[in-house]
Design a protein around this ligand. Structure first.
Ligand code: THU
Length: 136
């Protein structure tokens, strides 16, 4: 990655490095748009995910949700930070479905969206301020 990007706090820099590495495992033969995601759980552990496409396009799973499945399967249920790495010309933000799924587990999480030329750090609540919550 470019050394020109401003330095991040170490815990976010680690997420970016892990998201960048796991992106290499993305299975995206249809879109050729490879995405890597890494998140830090409340335990401090890092979980990673990549997008996994399917010949039945709608069965595709995004990188962010893939990382969340790994976190929940490991027994963790809170997200303190998440990084998303692509090689797109513009920064790729999490899609609407991923935002809703992230919102289920995050409280005041930091979000870093990165490509090799650009990075943006923001609070997750800034991009998804009013999630659907099931309250009867
Ligand atoms: N994708 C992600 O992995 N995360 C997102 O937030 C948006 C899109 C993937 C899904 C698909 O494999 C490819 O990017 C193109 O949409």
């Amino acid at each position: 990655m470019s050394g020109l990007l401003p330095p991040l706090p170490p815990e976010l820099a680690e997420l970016v490095a892990r998201a960048r590495a796991v992106r290499e495992h993305a299975y995206a033969p249809y879109s050729r748009f490879l995405v890597g995601a890494a998140l830090r759980a409340g335990s401090g552990e890092v979980f990673v995910g990549c997008n996994v496409e399917n010949a039945s396009y709608g069965a595709t799973i995004c990188a962010e949700r893939s990382a969340i499945l790994a976190m929940v399967a490991a027994g963790q249920r809170s997200i303190t930070g998440i990084a998303v790495f692509t090689d797109a010309d513009t920064l790729a933000m999490p899609c609407g479905m991923c935002r809703q799924v992230i919102s289920e587990f995050q409280r005041d999480a930091r979000l870093v969206v990165v490509n090799p030329r650009e990075q943006r750090v923001l609070g997750f609540d800034e991009i998804f301020p009013e999630p659907f919550v099931l309250e009867r």
